[in-house]
Design a protein around this ligand. Sequence first.
Ligand code: 4AD
Ligand code: MG
Length: 474
Amino acid sequence: MTIKHLFSNPPISKKVLIKGWVRTFRGNRFISINDGSCLQNLQCVVDFENTPESILNKINTGTSIEIDGTLVESQGKGQKIEIKVEKIKILGECDPELFPIQPKKHSLEFLRENAHLRVRTNTFGAVFRVRSSISYAIHKYFKENGFFYVNTPIVTGSDAEGAGEMFKVTTLNINKADVNNKNEIDFSKDFFGKETNLTVSGQLEAENMAMGLGKVYTFGPTFRAENSNTSRHLAEFWMIEPEMAFYNLKDNMDLAEDFIKKVLKYAISDCKEDLDFLNTRLINEDKTKPENQRNELNLLERLSFVVNNDFERITYTEAFEILRNSKNNKKKKFKFLVNEWGVDLQSEHERFLVEKHFKKPVIIYNYPAKIKAFYMRMNEDGKTVKAMDILFPGIGEIVGGSQREERLDVLKSRIKELNIDEKELWWYLDLRKFGTVEHSGFGLGLERLILFATGMTNIRDVIPFPRTPKSAEF
Ligand code: 4AD
Ligand code: MG
């Protein structure tokens, strides 16, 4: 049985058998054990007089054990039920001198260095249960709304975002690889007979699938070799990319907003215990900060605020005006000043809009074409494209999406403008030749959503084994 099961439906006076890891062992009598099924530990009361010393000596924080006993109502304070132990079996010993995870507060940095063991702490147990619940909620949402789950390739020849931040995939020995007459590596000799890389987005292939299945989504690992060592960037992250035939930009924004709200709502009810714990953790952490750096709303309040309020929707041009006329801009408090229409928004600008100005999630749409990818639908003004980004408090960009350019001639000229090799995209252009339709989609960064849901502040703490510049341990 799992501990979660015992707490939710306690078979009082019945014999039970559980397996788990010791969190603490007090007074040779009280074992607190956790099996990962839920946040709570179960107290097991040992009859130490009848338990061999050889066993008692092996019960340390971290030891894995099997406990046989009777479930009873607890006499002590702090827990409703406990196990009156009849038999203990040591499954795996744990040397208390060597085990890094002790029953005390560890810093997140220390735990990151021990990412292989950190899931045995309350905080990381909670974070990864919430992550699992949210992943489930995402599939559930799409299933209930008529979407099909598709898998797009991880090895690809294209750079969907055109940012050139790709990890190369090759079987060539690059020190000894053949070169062509321009002294470039000859990739025709490579495994796939062409240059390939890890995908930066499944969008282009998802568009292909939507042009037959109607509404599809991908949910998979995504790789970006951007050298941004920030608390919001991973080199390997998980992205959810829905793509819908016959959707325009407004439909796309409506879907994204509804999707995020429903997924968070699911987590709020499914992860009550873990979110309560993370909420308390954050409240305590806040108390150690100076007053002006504390959060106005606690974690649970932030979640319910997002679920129950409309996101603000503004055009890039409106956002630009707000920023240009802001005190921060006039007093030169922004590192990047906002003076010229067309500038890309930096995270300081996004945070200003979301955290200071609107104090709620904001969707910015109709961005200048210059700062967005080649596939976005050009507006009638010839300057802006039907792009949309969703910005969240404390996180910044959480979703990026757009209506797609469905007109072959316009798309071709954009591709040319940006010096993209048209031949590489023949299959993508084919969609515009054979029954093209208006369509849209977006990408949600899973880890950024988990950051928001758990109140964690570093993206390395919401993925089990983070990949970041100069770090691929575990
Ligand atoms: O805005 P992005 O680059 O959009 C796309 O890739 C589109 N092809 C999506 C689409 O329309 N189908 O990325 C989408 C989201 C971002 O908003 C962010 O949440 C997340 O992916 N993201 C990252 N998350 C963690 N680490 C990184 N390095 C990320 N880069 C993007
Ligand atoms: Mg983006």
